[in-house]
Design a protein around this ligand. Structure first.
Ligand SMILES: [Mn+2]
Length: 358
């Protein structure tokens, strides 16, 4: 088989509306590119035959997936399933009760909101990550870390239900036991950032800001319809993604049970970290500080007195990016609702499957 790539100029023919000729995708090539096309700026790269040029082109290319007769850039959405479940449970929504009398309000809410996300343009690949067991390795490190204590049993009971519900919608689900949902999301984001046009992490959670990268990895607060890219992280926290674990260690994070260091508030912490970057670079003697912060003496001595604690808090606030995620990127492509599976699930728990049409 001779080899070459054909590059179609998207400036003269709108890239998204180009029709890739099915016959031009030979099987050998499809294996190399996983059946995808590539978008290179405004042009569509259409693989016609095997090519030595493929690797060169890939460097500047964004993989695309074929949606009907168009090619769409790959955008990986990562859903914080635990957050979605809490949001749906406490949101103002209709109540749903399952066949066996169990509460399904949050489950239906997450299903509805996931289908709404899938209807948004550019959502090609999706995974949802859950804290299947809220307690993680971090609870062994620090007794005050967030736990399932005090969580509504009706909400806790829905974790296994909603995980199956999303799978029935054709969404890949990560059930985290030892790690947290955040760790799996961070792992996936950094693993695949080079292979997609953009990674969109759907969460309002500030600890995820540590993996934001330019406009390539962003946070998406769906309730407020706000995107947080790297510039927005710097604007919001006064420090970049690389300093977020240090920021959370000093300021504290009540949502996760990290107490922080006495006196260190958002403003003083941002000012000091903007100058020193990481905690170990902050002089413990305030007279050595070349940044002006109110109460510097008090802050420096509080830090000196709590050094062991602050490094522990930082470790708690640092995402683990080595979660075993067994899927390949191609496995995360959403290929539509699995109708039979959805109907079986709805029948089992007592929901109307027609509610979940897309
Ligand atoms: Mn979190």
């Amino acid at each position: 088989m001779t080899s070459h790539l054909r590059v179609l100029d998207g400036r003269s023919q709108r890239a998204r509306h180009l029709v890739p000729g099915a016959g031009e995708h030979s099987k050998g090539v499809a294996d190399i590119v996983l059946g995808w096309g590539f978008l290179v700026r405004d042009a569509v790269v259409q693989v016609t035959e095997t090519s030595a040029e493929l690797t060169d082109l890939r460097a500047g290319a964004v993989p695309g997936v074929f949606r009907g007769r168009s090619i769409v850039a790959v955008r990986l959405h990562l859903l914080d399933g635990t957050y979605e479940l809490f949001r749906a449970h406490y949101g103002r929504r209709d109540t749903f009760v399952g066949k066996d009398g169990s509460d399904l309000k949050a489950t239906v809410g997450v299903m509805d909101s996931t289908l709404a996300l899938l209807k948004e343009p550019g959502v090609t690949h999706l995974a949802a990550s859950f804290d299947t067991v809220i307690e993680s390795f971090r609870n062994d490190m620090f007794p005050g870390y967030k736990s399932s204590a005090g969580v509504d049993p009706d909400l806790l009971a829905q974790f296994p239900v909603v995980e199956r519900a999303l799978e029935a919608l054709g969404v890949v689900v990560w059930r985290n036991i030892e790690f947290e949902a955040d760790d799996a999301i961070g792992t996936a984001a950094v693993r695949w950032v080079e292979d997609v046009e953009q990674v969109v992490i759907c969460t309002p959670d500030k600890d995820m800001a540590q993996v934001v990268l330019g406009e390539r990895i962003v946070l998406y607060n769906r309730r407020e319809q706000k995107i947080l890219d790297e510039d927005a992280v710097r604007e919001k926290f006064g420090v970049g993604p690389e300093s977020i674990p240090d920021y959370l260690a000093l300021v504290g994070d009540t949502a996760d049970g990290i107490p922080g260091i006495p006196g260190w508030g958002a403003r003083s912490t941002a000012a000091v970290l903007a100058r020193y970057g990481r905690i170990e670079m902050i002089p413990l003697d305030a007279s050595e500080w070349d940044v002006t912060v109110r109460g510097a003496d008090r802050l420096a001595s509080a830090l000196a007195e709590n050094l062991d604690a602050v490094y522990l808090y930082r470790e708690l606030a640092t995402l683990r990016l080595d979660v075993p995620v067994s899927e390949e990127l191609a496995d995360l492509e959403w290929k539509g609702v699995e109708r039979g599976r959805l109907e079986a699930f709805c029948d089992e728990v007592g929901l109307d499957p027609d509610r979940f049409r897309i």
